[in-house]
Write a protein that binds this ligand. Structure first.
Ligand SMILES: [Zn+2]
Length: 279
C-alpha cells in the first residue's frame, strides 16, 4: 500500500515521502516471539514498573521494529514515483521517529483492521476493562490525528546574532537509538546531546560539545526553539471514561508494546502496574 508519510526524507533537492508497505505475515511475526528477553526484563525490573516500561520500549525499538519495518517497507518514493536511492534496511534508520510510528500504526491497521482492542486498568479505582469480540475498549486507529508539517522542515539553516551558520536536521531512528546509548552513560548531559543530534553542522563543521558550549546562551536558545519547531505533533493519547468510577482517563497508545502486532493478545494500558501483562 502506498501512503504519504508525515515527513519523509530529503535527498538532492527532492522530498521522498511516499512509503510503499505491506501487511504483516507469519514470517514477520516470528520477530515478535522473543519472549525470553521480555521475561528477563520483567524479572529484573519487577519493582520498578516505570523503568520496565522504558526498557521494553527500547527493546522493541532496538531489535524487533527496525527489522519488521525494513522487511515490510519495500520502497520510498517522491510524489511522481521516483525511488529513494537506498534500500529499506538503510533508510528505515534515517526516517524520523514520527514516520516510524506512522508506519507501525498503518501496518497494524492494514494487517488486522483499524480496531485495536485494549486492556485498560483504571488509575483511580483499579477496574480492569477489556476489549474483545465487539465489546469493551477499542481504539480506532484510522481516527488518530496527526499534524503534518511541510517536508522542507526536515532540514533548516539558521544564522545566529553572532553570524554563526547552523544547519539543523530532524532526528531519525538512528539518532533515537544513539540517544538511548548516550542516556545510559551520560544521563546528566542528555540536553546537550539531544541538541547535538539535531545539528548537521556549525559553520560547516561537525558539531561537538565544545563548539556548542562556545556559543552564547542566546544562540543556544535559538537552536532549541528552531529544533522544537521541526518536531511533528502526533497525538498518541486517547481518552476513556472508567465504567465504574466514571473518572475521565487519558492513556497513551501502546505503540512500542512488544505485542502491538499481535492480533490475539490484548494490549494492556493505564497505570504502570498493569503495563505489559499479557494474559
Ligand atoms: Zn475507575
Amino acid at each position: 500500500m502506498l501512503k504519504k508519510l508525515l515527513c519523509g526524507l530529503h535527498h538532492e533537492g527532492k522530498d521522498y515521502n511516499v512509503a510503499n508497505f505491506e501487511e504483516l505475515t507469519g514470517k514477520q511475526q516470528n520477530y515478535l516471539m522473543r519472549f525470553d528477553d521480555i521475561l528477563e526484563l520483567k524479572e529484573k525490573y519487577s519493582n520498578d514498573p516505570q523503568k520496565l516500561k522504558e526498557e521494553l520500549s527500547f527493546l522493541n525499538l532496538r531489535s524487533h521494529l527496525p527489522v519488521i519495518l525494513s522487511d515490510l517497507t519495500s520502497d520510498l518514493q517522491n510524489d511522481i514515483g521516483e525511488l529513494y536511492p537506498k534500500k529499506s534496511s538503510e533508510f528505515i534508520y534515517e526516517l524520523p521517529i514520527e514516520d516510524i510510528y506512522f508506519l507501525l500504526i498503518n501496518i497494524r491497521e492494514l494487517s488486522f483492521g483499524h480496531m485495536l482492542p485494549l486492556k485498560v486498568t483504571c488509575d483511580v479505582c483499579g477496574t480492569v476493562q477489556i476489549g474483545k469480540k465487539g465489546a469493551g475498549i477499542f481504539l480506532e486507529l484510522d481516527k488518530l490525528e496527526y499534524k503534518r508539517v511541510s517536508p522542507e522542515t526536515s532540514r533548516k539553516e539558521i544564522v545566529t546574532h553572532k553570524d554563526h551558520k547552523i544547519v539543523l536536521k530532524r532526528r531519525g531512528l538512528k539518532e533515537a537509538l544513539q540517544l538511548e546509548n548516550i542516556f545510559k552513560d551520560h544521563p546528566k548531559d542528555m540536553y546537550t546531546y539531544t541538541l547535538l543530534l539535531a545539528i548537521e553542522s556549525i559553520d560547516g563543521k561537525k558539531p561537538t560539545t565544545e563548539i556548542l558550549e562556545s556559543l552564547t546562551a542566546k544562540e543556544n536558545n535559538l537552536i532549541k526553539e528552531e529544533v522544537d519547531k521541526m518536531n511533528i505533533e502526533i497525538d498518541l493519547n486517547f481518552e476513556h471514561i472508567c465504567e465504574k468510577c466514571k473518572e475521565e482517563l487519558i492513556y497513551p497508545l501502546p505503540i512500542l508494546d512488544p505485542f502491538f502486532f499481535s492480533p490475539s493478545k490484548i494490549h494492556t494500558q493505564g497505570s504502570p502496574k498493569s503495563l505489559y501483562n499479557t494474559d
